[in-house]
Design a protein around this ligand. Sequence first.
Ligand code: C2E
Ligand code: CA
Ligand code: CA
Length: 661
Amino acid sequence: MRAFFQLFDLDTSDPELMRAQFRSFQGHIPLLYGILVCNTVAITVTSFNAALLIETLVAPIVISTIAIVRAIWWLRQGDAQNLSDLEISRHLKRTCQLAVIMTLTFNAWVIWVYQDAGAYARSNLTFFLALSQVSTVFCLMTLRAAAMMVSVVSTIAFALYFSWIEGGQLLPQSLVLCCVCIGMAVVTHSFNRSFSEVVQSRRTLHIRQLETEKLSEENRRIAFIDPLSGLPNRRELLARLDRLEQDEGLLPKTLAIVFIDLDGFKQVNDEHGHQAGDELIRIVCERLRQQCPDNAILARVGGDEFTVLLETDEQTQNAQAAALTLAFRLLEQMALPVLVDRHVLQISGSIGIATNTDAKVRPRELLRRADLAMYHAKTEGKGQVAIYSDELDEGRLRRIEIEGQIGAGLTSGEFDVVYQPIIDAASGTIVSAEALLRWPRRTQGPLSPDEFIEVAEATGQIHPLGLYVLERACRELRPLGDLCVSVNVSPAQFRHPGFERQVLSILERTGFPPERLQLEMTESYLLANPGLAIKAIGTLKAAGIALALDDFGTGFTSIHYLKSYGFTHIKLDKSLLQGLEPGSKAAMLVAGAITLATALEMSVIAEGVEHEAQASVLRDLGCQEMQGFLFGRPESLAKLKSLLKDAGNEQQRARRVQPVQ
Ligand code: C2E
Ligand code: CA
Ligand code: CA
């Protein structure tokens, strides 16, 4: 019973549904009133009686006027966006009430007219009444309460009246109308359910759509923003550059790209962990961000790589100057110590700058140029700024060319090894020889080792090259009594995971005693990978191999580092020997280095000795070994052998004194 009465209740619990009903009414109600007015006019025409003016003219005019006013009101409602939920519910309620009132009024009027109408007009009246009832219910179908009430009220009025008059002759029509009413109620009920389901699913769809939009916005954010720093990432930068290219010609813009790469970031990650690395990136980003002007876009384009894109309307020269000023400010900021996890970290940055001197340089090309300039700054000693020039590209092309030639040269035997004698300072006997690589049979002409070794280090080709030198030197010098050999090892070789194993296997293959081998390495590797270097040095020393720190005096090796690595020798760089005379500043410097090495139980080898004056000072200062043009240039194996023979010192050659470990 309760369920039955609920069919007539206006459901105001779902504002969304009410809005949908309201919107559907905007089309349906004017139609409903249109039909009502047509029926009213039709009835008036068929039943007009001048004697019954109120009944057949005034009443239909009143009914039609109300219907037209309401129809216009509904037509003017628009999309109901600015109506509140409460107003909508109030309008729907009023519509329900009005629908019942209008139905009753119309029915009452038809019955009134019916009494005084002729037989023909009466049949018209019943037809119009039934028609109005059916069309009204259908037009109100989206609002169940209204449709049900109209249906019940009009059917009851019709059935009661028409089964009672005409001696019950119209009873069958009344019964049929009752059946139609029940049918319409069922249809209305199920239609209403479907209607609210459609509204519901539209709402769900809308919510899903919002969620999808949110998700795709989130995806876009993830795709174009670096999550760690919150800065635009490489993809976003490239998209920006592409947009600038498309806009070309619209704006007279000068572009400058400042490409920044942190120096020593990998070391922080290795030594302090990735969390510390992340924190460092965050802090550095913040510092960079603060320095960037408003017209700049700072992006993180790699793990420790950033770019600043400067767009100005200025002249190229000014843009370059502005980029340079910014670059130096950024360098200063990066050089400031960073406190991470209670550690004070010190890093620096290498910066490359490229500006589009003419509009022909595509923005993406500008990025490549800035990257190349940065690479140049890095290889030139880090913590520097380099500006792109065509020569950099030429150098790059040359390096690519050399890279291809090294591989081919190694397989076709274009390389040679030469030996430079190292003498014992006290006795003057040749105790050792440094093996140095040469490329004499290069098809395009000889190349200095400084040039091709730099390329080989950058490409990783130094690894097979270095092993080639080691194996050849061990093989060639093994028969030369107890002459030692010193072989250069590049930092890149040390980084190779199987390096120590490969050295030991060469010694085994060639039968060269480990005690006669010395490896020379520069400090750049030590600074980058202290942990790994100590481990590698430990393994090699345990096998009996001596280890020398090459080019001492050109870098920043701290006493602490020197002590912890356990080198057996240091090689004083030739630059320290310039102007080396008794009492000179150079002599004081060398004396200090020798004192330091002795205190750390290391032997000193002076490199680049060209004059007897230098040799004499070195001897006086207690330097153990010397190497330089004064004693012999790097020469072929045959020349080394004849040098050894000439000196006639094979027998007297002193065994190199290994310092106590
Ligand atoms: P380095 O290890 O410092 O080698 C010593 C360099 O100083 C050699 O140059 C040698 O010829 C030069 N030198 C020796 N005595 C004198 C002197 O009295 N005066 C002057 N002005 N120079 C002298 P080189 O052979 O041109 O080698 C240059 C650099 O190339 C080497 O410097 C080394 O870093 C690298 N290198 C050479 N061969 C190899 C190798 O087989 N492997 C690796 N990794 N690097 C090598
Ligand atoms: Ca060397
Ligand atoms: Ca050296």
